[in-house]
Write a protein that binds this ligand. Structure first.
Ligand SMILES: [Zn+2]
Ligand SMILES: [Zn+2]
Length: 375
């Protein structure tokens, strides 16, 4: 089998940057660490830059600008636009345009990082090769009215270079000079660790959302798309790993909607709202979320029952009966909640919690019935 790389479509600048920075991070950073080690200042700078960059992508580029899931005052916009530029993931305007297209055409041709074209394509292949034809940026006219967004659009690479690479080097130089250490070692450390290595880590964590979050995990809210919920991915992506929920309810400022789910981006937005820096946080009502969960649980139960029936005679009667009972309960609960939501009945937290626990228990029972079980 031979595979020809379409050289005529290679995006040389982006490809060189992605491969070059990865090589520096994999080879250069370990050599530096071997020779000079790392002090608390270099580590703190790396940690701050990683959090600031990732949060600017998740809170700013993604939830604020792409999905308008809350409104922010200018300091939050400015911070996320500056540190978003330091991720070297293009301008907020370009990023949002691609991302809105991803949601609109998910898993299909119009989706720039369409997972059906393969894991590598969704992860970074779509950046290494030019899209043909280049999609028009006709879905971000609202963002074009924002002066800060347009300022960042114009100077994004300069901002990234100065704040994301030169500044950590200057800070490393200044710290070492102040402490009586070798200044150029501090500058090189700042550039390699808080600069390049941090860029590579932040970029691949973002890319994971488009690749792994469409590959591993559960789909408790919908199977209409490939997006999945995964706690491990949530940990690696500052809360974006609850991607099945996010694709189902994209305007909710939360991705990890349950209180126990790891979503530092949600906690940051909530904290900023208490400080008066953001407002208008959009939330999907609990009843609607539960309705989606019930719908999905019921769909699985019906499918499993069909499978068992199609297995023909000899199928264990007890399993069929149990599955029948679960399906009926899920269907009855689903229709009852559906009616309450349609009639706009205000359901108390207790009632919703009760339904939630019952749905979860039924889903657990469902998982215990082996598929295609025969007597
Ligand atoms: Zn997605
Ligand atoms: Zn999104």
């Amino acid at each position: 089998m031979s595979y020809r790389i379409p050289f005529d479509r290679v995006n040389w600048i982006t490809s060189s940057f992605l491969i070059g920075t990865a090589l520096i991070a994999i080879v250069g950073a370990p050599i530096y660490l071997y020779h000079f080690g790392i002090n608390w200042f270099q580590f703190s700078m790396f940690f701050f830059y990683l959090c600031a960059t990732m949060m600017s992508i998740t809170v700013g580029y993604h939830r604020l600008f792409s999905h308008l899931s809350f409104k922010a005052k200018w300091p939050v916009k400015l911070f996320t636009l500056i540190f978003g530029a330091c991720a070297f993931e293009n301008s907020c305007l370009d990023w949002s345009s691609d991302h809105r297209r991803h949601h609109k055409h998910v898993d299909h041709d119009g989706d720039p990082y369409d997972i059906s074209k393969g894991f590598f394509w969704a992860h970074m292949g779509w950046l290494l090769f030019k899209l043909n034809p280049e999609p028009p940026m006709d879905n971000v006219n609202d963002l074009r009215k924002d002066k800060l967004v347009m300022w960042q659009y114009k100077y994004v690479h300069w901002i990234g270079l100065v704040v994301g690479l030169i500044l950590p080097a200057i800070l490393g130089y200044a710290y070492n000079s102040f402490m009586g250490l070798v200044p150029w070692q501090g500058a090189l450390g700042g550039f390699l660790i808080a600069g390049v290595t941090r860029i590579v880590i932040a970029q691949h964590c973002t890319f994971f959302i488009n690749s792994l979050c469409h590959t591993i995990g559960r789909r408790p809210y919908s199977t209409k798309h490939s997006a999945r919920d995964s706690a491990i991915m949530a940990f690696l992506t500052f809360g974006e790993g609850y991607h099945n929920y996010h694709h189902e309810f994209q305007h909710d400022y939360r991705n990890g909607v349950k209180p126990w789910q790891w979503d530092p981006s949600k906690w940051t937005i909530w904290t900023l709202s208490k400080l008066g820096l953001v407002e208008g946080l959009r939330r999907v009502p609990d009843s609607k979320i539960l309705l989606a969960e019930m719908h999905e649980a019921r769909r699985r139960a019906v499918l499993q029952l069909e499978e068992l029936k199609n297995a023909g005679p000899g199928v264990a009667q007890r399993a069929t009966d149990a599955l029948h009972e679960i399906t009926e309960k899920l269907t009855a609960n689903y229709h009852e909640l559906e009616k309450a939501v349609a009639d706009r009945v205000q359901l108390s937290k207790e009632v919703l919690n009760q339904w939630q626990s019952e749905t979860r228990a039924l889903v657990r029972q469902l998982g215990r019935i082996p598929r295609g079980l025969t007597a």
